[in-house]
Design a protein around this ligand. Structure first.
Ligand code: MN
Length: 297
């Protein structure tokens, strides 16, 4: 494979709570990660009929959960006692490290949801770091050629995101508002500079987007390290997520909601969850704990 190889990866559909389906871009058989980004679910846009999304108490290890909210409201609660309503334009970042338990619920008054749920693998030296929860209401925002940029992680065009990550990463939301003066002219074109040391991925969150002339349909665009630029064309109202990162060199395995640098770590985490070990505390008010499926090894 040459250093500038790109590929289109078909999105998978997964059910994360009863009756609540999402599109999964990472991991797939074709591509496990983009840098340290190791999981990417696109939730919605969806309208609920009273039910909403309710993800019961479940554990995480050795990763950060990174939630980017576009529409709706999600209540995060965890075993550290954190309780935070996430609103549009904000990020919740939970560093699981050695172990944490959390729940995620949409609020009854918010009958719609549109979000990206990501995980970031932790390097081996931080695998057992104490758990931590951070909420970011303010992120760098700017506009260029009718495109609205929000920097979620890393650095781009001289801006630096405040989100505390532990790997060289990029996370960028790009929105092309439908009210823009040029929007009558059809798709807007935009050249995006890339860090050639990073591999990249693009997920369309709304509308129609093409990259270097390929229109994405239910596909995730993967670009190997070595590329310096992407040419985007986006219809008015489109939104996309650009991820980047230094190609991940360490061995890491994902199993259910756990990440680990070896299978022994995953087995231990699961045993600790199943036996109610204090490593995974209780979420105040939790009524149900998710069960891990049996490990295949
Ligand atoms: Mn979770």
């Amino acid at each position: 494979m040459t250093s500038t190889t790109a590929k289109l990866i078909r999105l998978r559909h997964a059910e994360i709570a009863p009756g609540f389906a999402v599109s999964r871009a990472l991991p797939t058989r074709e591509q496990r990660m983009v840098g340290a980004w190791c999981f990417l679910d696109h939730m919605g846009p969806v309208e609920f009929n009273g039910q909403g999304m309710h993800v019961a108490a479940h554990p995480h290890t050795c990763l950060q959960t990174f939630t980017w909210l576009i529409e709706g409201e999600i209540l995060h609660r965890d075993s550290l006692g954190s309780e935070q309503v996430l609103k549009p334009g904000e990020v919740n970042l939970m560093t699981a490290g050695h172990g944490i338990t959390h729940t995620e619920d949409t609020l009854p008054e918010a009958q719609h949801l549109h979000a990206a749920q990501l995980w970031i693998a932790l390097p081996k030296k931080l695998a057992n770091t104490p758990p931590r929860f951070q909420h970011y209401a303010e992120l760098p925002r700017w506009a260029r050629h009718g495109a609205h940029f929000t920097l979620l992680a890393g650095e781009y065009e001289g801006h630096i995101a405040p989100t505390e990550v532990h790997n060289p990463l990029l996370g960028l939301d790009l929105h092309f508002p439908s009210g823009h003066a040029d929007s009558h002219a059809g798709p807007q074109a935009l050249d995006l500079a890339l860090n050639p040391a990073f591999e990249h991925g693009v997920l369309v969150l709304q509308g129609e987007v093409s990259i270097n002339g390929h229109t994405l349909h239910e596909e995730f665009w993967y670009q190997a390290a070595g590329a310096a630029q992407l040419r985007l064309e986006a219809t008015p109202g489109s939104r996309l997520l650009l991820l980047g990162g230094e190609p991940w060199e360490q061995h890491i395995t994902l199993w259910w909601n756990f990440a680990g640098h070896d299978k022994a770590a995953l087995s231990e985490a699961q045993a600790d969850w199943e036996t109610g070990n204090s490593r995974f505390g209780r979420v105040p008010g939790e009524t149900e704990r998710l069960k891990a499926p049996p490990q295949p090894w």
